[in-house]
Design a protein around this ligand. Structure first.
Ligand SMILES: N[C@@H](CCC(=O)N[C@@H](CS)C(=O)NCC(=O)O)C(=O)O
Length: 270
């Protein structure tokens, strides 16, 4: 590994993105130092495309560019020794990877679509969450580009009342599977300890749970429409919901101790 320690890692994000929270949580948990660079929607592309990506999160790590949250977790885990978020045992690792992929594809898009469907008409709330921590210039032009952002989100994510209903049903399906998996009394999804599977489930479930400890920008639960609040409270009461909330309270502020921390031993090999 080339010692490139003068170069700080940078995480390009949008403040409200749950995939960004997934990456941020992993970097925090592994005690890997980084600087976050949040952008408002649309303008995020100036930063991501400059680095070979499109969506957020993107991690710039030395000469490496990681343009997908799972790649970020895999890289961060490898930098820290290789068996922290993913077990070394190959059967267990496969199980973790399969669950992570399932949550990435079957949970994240549906919690997002359902949450946007509830909040797209709440322009003031949207402006607040989308501008948290972004450069002042971007926060200043957000009100001007907001109609375009809303239109793009609505068409890009195919947000209709019918699709929102289907999405929350899919979310229930994943929550049921997770509740079933936990029904034998296990504390974590795979191998008896916290892994990328647990982290991914909790981070991508956050838009339907509003957990305390969530670092992505979200409105307060008492400010959102009643139907959304009621659904959040219902999902919080499920075994899977309680599990995700416990992960946020036990693991979100945890930092691995020194031996797992490879400060900025930034690899140019990516
Ligand atoms: N597979 C990607 C999904 C990331 C994703 O969907 N990011 C959304 C925000 S939650 C995004 O950047 N959307 C805007 C865009 O695609 O330009 C990952 O895991 O990183």
């Amino acid at each position: 590994m080339t010692d490139n320690s003068a170069t700080p890692a940078v995480l390009i994000t949008m403040p409200h993105s749950h995939y960004c929270e997934k990456a941020r949580w992993a970097l925090d948990w592994l005690s890997l130092p980084y600087r976050e660079e949040p952008h408002v929607p649309l303008l995020h592309r100036l930063a991501t495309m400059r680095n070979g990506g499109r969506s957020v999160p993107v991690l710039i790590y030395g000469a490496g560019r990681f343009t997908d949250s799972t790649d970020i977790l895999i890289h961060a885990n490898a930098v820290c020794g290789g068996d922290l978020l993913y077990p070394r045992d190959s059967a267990l690792r496969k199980e973790v990877e399969a669950l992570e992929a399932r949550f990435d594809e079957k949970l994240g898009p549906h919690t997002r679509r359902w949450a946007y469907a509830q909040l797209l008409t709440e322009r003031r709330l949207l402006r607040q969450v989308m501008s948290r921590g972004v450069p002042r210039f971007e926060a200043g032009i957000l009100p001007l580009i907001m109609p375009g952002v809303v239109r793009l989100v609505r068409t890009g994510l195919r947000i209709t009342p019918e699709n929102a209903r289907r999405s929350i049903e899919r979310v229930h399906g994943v929550f049921n599977n997770v509740s079933e998996r936990l029904s034998d009394g296990r504390q974590f999804l795979v191998g008896g300890r916290f892994t990328a599977a647990d982290l991914t489930f909790a981070a991508l479930a956050a838009p339907v749970l509003f957990p305390a400890g969530y670092r992505a920008a979200y409105p307060a639960l008492d400010k959102v429409p009643t139907a959304m609040r009621d659904e959040v409270l219902r999902l919080r009461g499920t075994d899977a919901g309680r599990f995700a909330l416990r992960l946020f309270s036990q693991e979100r502020d945890r930092r691995l101790a020194g031996e797992a921390r490879h400060a900025l031993d930034v690899s140019g090999s990516g």
